[in-house]
Design a protein around this ligand. Structure first.
Ligand SMILES: CC(=O)SCCNC(=O)CCNC(=O)[C@H](O)C(C)(C)COP(=O)(O)OP(=O)(O)OC[C@H]1O[C@@H](n2cnc3c(N)ncnc32)[C@H](O)[C@@H]1OP(=O)(O)O
Ligand SMILES: O=C([O-])CC(=O)C(=O)O
Length: 379
C-alpha cells in the first residue's frame, strides 16, 4: 500500500480537466467570451437565435444561414399529442424542472433515430430541444394557472413567441429585449456543474437526451441554476427593504447561504451581472409602480449589505431572478427559463466531448475501514 497521501481536490475546485473551444472567462479583464466574442457585445447586439447558432457552429450566421435556422426552429415548436398528454398527467404539485426533465427524457424515448450520434444528428436533436422546450415551459406554467395551452406562433421570433405562449400577448419590445439579454447571458459558462454533468454522461457514449436530462437535474439545485428561484423566495421572506441588514445578520449567524451571491470562478464579481442589472433597472423604471420600486430597493439594500458584511458579489441569478418576476413569470418557472437558454451550451459541449471523447472517471482516496472479514452469522 502506498504511504503518500494523494492531493484531494474536493469539488474539483481549480482542477483543469480538459480543453474547450466554446467559451472562457478571462480572469484579468473579467470578460466572458463565446467562441471568442465578448458576451456583453453579443447581449447588446445579437439575438438569442444568432448566439445559439454561434455556440453550435463556431461562427455567427450569415442572413441565409439565419433564415434557414429560424425556419427550422419555428417548424419544430409544436408538441406531439403524446407529449402533451404525458405532461398533462404529471401532478401539478411537481416542480416545473421535474416536468422539463421528464419531457426531455420522453423526447429521447420517442426519437426513433438509430443514428450514429454524428455531429449533424446531434445538432438536429439540439434544435428540436431548443424549439420544443419553451412550448413545454409555457404550457406547464399555464396549466398551473388553470389555463389551456396557447400554440406557438411561427410568425414570431424565439423570445416573442415564448411570451405569446405564456401570456397570450407579446409585451413591448423593451421587455422582450431584457428577456433576450438574459437568454444570451445564461446560454453558456464553460465547465459549470450541469455542463460537466452532460459531458460525463456523454463520455460513456450515452445519447444526447440522457445527457440533457441529467444536466437538468444538476441545474435544478439551489447552489446552481435553482438559485434564481431561491432569490425571489428570499426577497419575499425579507419583505421590507429596512429589514435587509437584520435579516442578513441572522441568516449568516445561522450559516445560511445567501442565494444569488458567490461563485466558484468569479471572486470579484460575475462578468454578466452589470449587463443583467442594467436590464433589470430598465424593467423597474418601465414598471413605475410602488411594488416594483419596493422590490428593487430591497434587492439593492441586500446587495450592499452582503458586500459590506461578507465582501461577496452577486452572481447572474441575483438580477435575473427579480427581472423574471417583473416580466410576469411564476417563480418556480425561473430555472426552466435558464434551461431554455443553457440547452444551447450543454449541447455544444456534448458535440465537443464526442469529437475528442475519453471516459470521465476520476479517482477517490479511500477513507473507510481497512479490509476485514465478513462476520459469520446466521443471515
Ligand atoms: C448560475 C449559477 O449557477 S451561479 C451560482 C448560483 N448559486 C448561488 O447563488 C447559491 C449561493 N452561493 C453559494 O452557495 C456559493 O457561492 C457557490 C456554491 C456558488 C460557490 O461555492 P464555492 O466556490 O464552493 O465557494 P465556497 O462555498 O467555498 O465559499 C467560500 C466562502 O464564501 C462563503 N460564501 C460563498 N458564497 C456565499 C453565499 N452565497 N452566502 C454566504 N456565504 C457564502 C462561504 O461560506 C465560504 O466561507 P468560509 O471560507 O468562511 O467557509
Ligand atoms: O459557472 C458556474 O459554476 C455557474 C454559472 O455561473 C453558470 O453555470 O452560468
Amino acid at each position: 500500500m502506498s504511504t503518500t497521501t494523494p492531493a484531494i481536490h474536493r469539488g474539483l475546485a481549480g482542477v483543469v480537466v480538459d480543453t474547450t473551444e466554446i467559451s472562457t472567462v478571462i480572469q484579468e479583464t473579467n470578460f466572458l467570451t463565446y467562441r471568442g466574442y465578448p458576451v456583453q457585445d453579443l447581449a447588446a447586439h445579437r439575438s438569442f437565435e444568432k448566439v445559439a447558432y454561434l455556440l453550435w457552429h463556431g461562427e455567427l450566421p450569415d442572413p441565409v444561414q439565419l433564415g434557414e435556422f429560424q425556419a427550422r426552429e419555428r417548424a419544430l415548436r409544436p408538441l406531439g399529442r403524446t407529449t402533451s398528454e404525458l405532461l398533462a398527467r404529471l401532478p401539478e404539485t411537481c416542480h416545473p424542472m421535474d416536468v422539463l426533465r421528464t419531457a426531455v427524457s420522453f423526447f429521447g424515448a420517442e426519437d426513433p433515430a438509430e443514428d450514429d450520434g454524428s455531429p449533424a444528428a446531434n445538432r438536429a436533436k439540439s434544435l428540436t430541444l431548443l424549439a420544443k422546450l419553451p412550448t413545454v415551459v409555457a404550457a406547464d406554467q399555464r396549466r398551473r394557472r388553470g389555463l389551456a395551452p396557447i400554440p406557438p406562433d411561427p410568425g414570431l421570433g424565439y423570445a416573442e413567441n415564448f411570451f405569446h405562449m405564456c401570456f397570450g400577448a407579446v409585451p413591448d419590445p423593451d421587455v422582450v429585449r431584457c428577456f433576450e439579454i438574459s437568454l444570451v447571458l445564461y446560454a453558456e459558462h464553460s465547465f459549470n456543474a450541469s455542463t460537466f454533468t452532460a459531458r460525463v454522461v456523454t463520455s460513456t457514449l450515452s445519447d444526447l437526451y440522457s445527457a440533457v436530462t441529467a444536466a437538468i437535474g444538476a441545474l435544478k439545485g439551489p447552489l446552481h441554476g435553482g438559485a434564481n428561484e431561491a432569490v425571489m423566495h428570499m426577497l419575499e421572506e425579507i419583505g421590507d427593504p429596512r429589514r435587509a441588514e437584520e435579516w442578513l445578520d441572522r441568516a449568516l449567524a445561522g450559516q445560511r447561504k445567501i442565494m444569488g451571491f458567490g461563485h466558484r470562478v468569479y471572486k470579484h464579481g460575475d462578468s454578466r451581472v452589470p449587463i443583467m442589472q442594467d436590464a433589470l433597472d430598465r424593467l423597474v423604471a418601465r414598471a413605475a409602480d410602488p411594488e416594483a420600486t419596493r422590490l428593487a430597493t430591497l434587492h439593492a439594500a441586500l446587495r450592499r449589505a452582503v458586500l459590506t458584511r461578507k465582501n461577496i458579489h452577486p452572481n447572474l441569478d441575483y438580477p435575473a431572478g427579480l427581472a423574471y418576476h417583473l416580466m410576469g413569470f411564476d417563480t418556480p418557472a425561473f430555472t426552466p427559463l435558464f434551461v431554455m437558454s443553457r440547452v444551447t451550451g450543454w449541447t455544444a459541449h456534448i458535440t465537443e466531448q464526442l469529437a475528442h471523447n475519453t471516459l470521465i472517471r476520476p479517482l477517490a482516496s479511500y477513507a473507510g475501514p481497512g479490509q476485514r472479514a465478513v462476520p459469520a452469522s446466521a443471515g
